[in-house]
Design a protein around this ligand. Structure first.
Ligand SMILES: Cc1cc2nc3c(=O)[nH]c(=O)nc-3n(C[C@H](O)[C@H](O)[C@H](O)COP(=O)(O)OP(=O)(O)OC[C@H]3O[C@@H](n4cnc5c(N)ncnc54)[C@H](O)[C@@H]3O)c2cc1C
Length: 592
């Protein structure tokens, strides 16, 4: 099959750089060893090659449509997603007791990288179901677990997350869907949800919505939101009964044309039943579990799409003969020989591989925070909290830029549908919009995560970086990179001080005005640290990887420091200025 992701790079970050072997030692995962994990990865690669990749373009060309109240998707999609379900991945994170396969998150997410790279539009039908099932498993009653988990793990039933409403997008505090207590202790649901991914389609017999609504009389704001299981069809006595969930239509979108997003009406006829998950008014806290997983998932999806585009552009660059070297005008060369094409390829490679490192690290933190030695759990949790907005938004924003470069490498061919890049570009754009826009994550990082526990999360992260720097200064290959990162860290410190000065003197509105830029700066520093750590590990264990691999990683890391990290200097200069922030000080009337 066409190469869409590099298995050796995934393996390198998973086992050499971040030592996933430590996770396999945890009690929870003692059924697994490296051999069984490799067999699992092989089955995943087979599904990617045989089921997912072949239908990627077809899902776009024969897009989903809405007719006579029903949503139709490409028929082959059903077979492909069921193959994913057969691998066990929907129930991967759940316990054996609940019918799951108790796989570490870092292994699951590495497998998902492969599936996403092969088909970023089919795989999310499975991962959304995974997230929804995990919520039932973590917070639902035994009755809910018994009724829903098995059918969701096998993808007989689709799962969704139904949060967004016409008046509540970024601000979930303004959700107005209503739940009224019924005599049987369950709830009558009434409301509208918009843009619901996989919200309706014809490949599963039921769709299970994990829906946020407000119980009548509940407090305003985020503290009055509850979580409900709302099935499209009620499973009653072996039969499925209509539950008054109506599809108003699906959205015509720029991309993801085979991955539906539906506008749903709940309880138009007053007969939509919902089942409370956990306690009343704690719904948003519960939903954060799914959203945090979905955020790492969105970062992974964006990285994987960029990876597929990179490999497509790399193959093209080796084959396309065009132009000659400036100093040797007589012969034409493959375009990979041109310095600027190499810049575009290296920029993609540095993004994709740096992101694989970050995603792997975050996934490992999740495993440690839940199942690691008790003394390590809290720190792992804090680090994960700090890095979740980074993994989501850096991968989404830079993923789009990376695919854009892939298109540029192909020239005119990249803009045509003879190649998949134009589809990748359309499909990946939404990653910086859903699961919280980049702005919202910037504000989350600066306003909530940096001050978390008096800055403890940040201090822990700085300690990790300092440890790597110390090692890197001792190695010849990494000394220069370590010095560059040290400089940017000093600049970052100035930015932080300036921001807390702004908070004190001018208040939160001005403090958060440049939060997106802050996120960009913090992301560059984070990825630089990932690359530095990777090269330190690689030079320590050079003999384990072949010479070509070592050279390729070292060159890519150097490129990241020379061409990407350097961008932080401009951001530092901007954000350490002790003057009024323009965008939060001006009057809206200047826009005409
Ligand atoms: C294809 C697709 C699939 C989706 N899937 C799902 C799904 O499965 N389930 C679900 O519940 N939702 C889903 N969504 C909805 C998605 O999560 C929202 O679109 C997103 O959260 C943004 O909300 P909004 O569209 O209302 O934009 P708005 O909230 O109106 O934002 C518009 C702009 O204003 C900015 N903005 C908003 N508030 C602030 C603020 N306080 N400070 C600074 N800037 C601000 C935003 O960053 C953005 O740039 C999906 C959306 C799409 C497009």
């Amino acid at each position: 099959m066409a190469k869409v992701i590099c298995s050796e790079t995934l393996d390198f970050f998973l086992f050499d750089v971040f030592d996933a072997n430590q996770v396999l030692e945890f009690d929870r995962f003692k059924e697994y060893d490296k051999t069984s994990i490799e067999l699992f990865f092989q089955s995943i690669r087979d599904i990617a090659e045989n089921e997912l990749l072949p239908i990627y373009s077809k899902m776009d060309k024969e897009k989903a449509y809405f007719r006579d109240g029903k949503v139709h998707v490409l028929p082959e999609l059903g077979k492909a997603v069921r193959a994913i379900a057969d691998s066990g991945i929907i129930g991967a994170l759940d316990s054996f007791e609940n019918g799951g396969i108790q796989l570490p998150y870092c292994i699951t997410n590495t497998a998902l990288s492969v599936l996403y790279a092969a088909n970023p539009n089919a795989t999310p039908y499975a991962t959304l179901t995974q997230g929804a099932a995990n919520l039932i498993s973590a917070f639902g009653s035994q009755e809910l677990k018994d009724k829903y988990l098995e059918k969701m793990f096998s993808w007989e039933w689709q799962g969704t997350m139904a949060l967004t409403e016409p008046e509540a997008g970024s601000s979930l505090a303004h959700i107005i869907s209503e739940a009224t207590l019924l005599e049987d202790g369950n709830y009558n649901i009434k409301g509208q949800k918009i843009y619901i991914s996989a919200g309706d389609h014809d490949q599963t017999e039921n769709i299970i919505h994990l829906l946020l609504a407000r119980i009548k009389g509940a407090p305003k704001g985020t503290k009055g939101i509850s979580l409900f299981v709302v099935p499209k069809f009620l499973p009653e006595d072996e039969a499925l009964k209509d539950n008054d969930v109506l599809t108003a239509g699906i959205y015509g979108k720029m991309g993801q044309k085979g991955y539906t997003a539906a506008h749903l009406m709940f309880g138009e006829h007053g007969k939509c039943k919902g089942y409370l998950v956990g306690e009343a008014n704690k719904g948003l806290n519960y939903m954060f579990q799914m959203m945090n997983e979905a955020r790492i998932g969105t970062g992974t999806l964006a990285m994987a799409t960029a990876s597929a585009a990179y490999h497509c552009s790399l193959k093209y660059a080796k084959e396309r003969i065009q132009g000659s070297h400036p100093d040797k005008k007589e012969t034409q060369v493959p375009i990979i020989e041109h310095a600027d094409v190499r810049r575009m390829l290296l920029s993609q490679k540095a993004f994709v591989e740096g992101s694989i490192g970050l995603i792997t690290y975050c996934s490992l933190l999740k495993d440690i925070s839940e199942f690691g030695p008790s003394e390590n759990r809290k720190n792992a949790h804090l680090l994960l909290e700090l890095l979740t907005p980074v993994v989501k938004s850096y991968c989404a924003e830079q993923g789009f830029q990376s695919v854009n470069l892939a298109m540029q490498v192909l020239g005119g061919a990249g803009y045509t549908d003879d190649f998949p890049i134009e589809q990748y570009l359309r499909d990946t754009r939404v990653n910086s919009i859903y699961e919280g826009t980049t702005t919202i994550h910037g504000m989350d990082l600066l306003g909530r995560k940096i001050p978390l526990e008096n800055g403890l999360a940040l201090k822990l992260f700085q300690k990790e970086i300092e440890t790597t720097l110390k090692e890197a200064f001792a190695i010849e290959e990494t000394r220069e990179m370590a010095a560059l990162l040290t400089d940017q860290l000093k600049g970052f410190e100035k930015v932080l001080q300036n921001h807390f000065r702004i908070l004190k003197t001018s208040g939160p509105r001005h403090f958060l005005a440049d939060a997106t830029l802050f996120l960009e700066l913090f992301s560059l520093i984070t990825i630089a640290w990932i690359w530095l750590k990777a090269i330190v590990k690689l030079t320590e264990n050079k003999e384990e990887r072949n010479e070509k691999f070592v050279k390729s990683k070292l060159t890519t890391a150097k490129f990241f420091f020379d061409y990407e990290l350097i961008k932080s200097a401009g951001l530092i200069q901007k954000m350490s200025q002790e003057k009024e922030i323009l965008t939060s000080s001006i009057d809206s009337s200047i826009f005409d």
